[in-house]
Design a protein. Sequence first.
Length: 261
Amino acid sequence: MTMTSVSTETTDNAFLGGRVQLLQPRRGYRAGVDPVLLAAAVAARPGEAVLELGCGVGTALLCLGARVPGLTLCGVEVQPDYAELARRNAARNRLSAEVVCADLADLPPGVKARTFDQVLANPPYFQRTTSHASPDAGRETGRGEGLVLGHWIAVAARRLRPGGFATFIQRAERLPEMLAGCEGRLGGLEVLPLIPRAGRAARLVLLRGRKGGGAAFRLHAPVVLHHGEAHLADGDDYAPRIADVLRNGAALPFAAAGKQG
């Protein structure tokens, strides 16, 4: 994957109801709600070591750090400008996080020598064999796949300690590819579909697997992101459970009891 540069012009954006303030490039890949939902779905506990693959400006990593105290946070990001913004964002949110600028295909020895309790990733959603590339370098790297999806899963599995969990968010149509990538690497797989409104098909899924896990596959009831049949007024119309995640930093457990399998 080729390292690219982005514009240094930034905006200051609030997440989790203002608990997390993030600088983002004005042009290029900009984080929305997806990394926040990913962070909310990671069932980390205080004291655990967490690695995010492709951390961008640190949205998911820092939202997780703001929700769960006492984590050891590490992010890997291929784009130097985004990695630098992630470091700045960690400092301005008073969170200790190591951000390594590196390609997932060539992780530095310092990262390869470590294992983590939790690994999370929001891999690029689009395959460039089936979709058009963006002319913006930062947006293209964030949204367009340079490494096959299975490689992201393989890297995550290698960096997990035995019994550790990997959590991903991805487009629903790529779930079969993700499940294939977990074969022989992660077990106890759980899928949480995210549907835009009641009665609609899932557009996104959260997938969690455990290194060495032997539990049966679980397909959970879908989570509805928006209430009502359509967006009828100005402002957001997030369902209460999702509004609690986005505004208050609540967790988004896979199961109602929030237990890991």
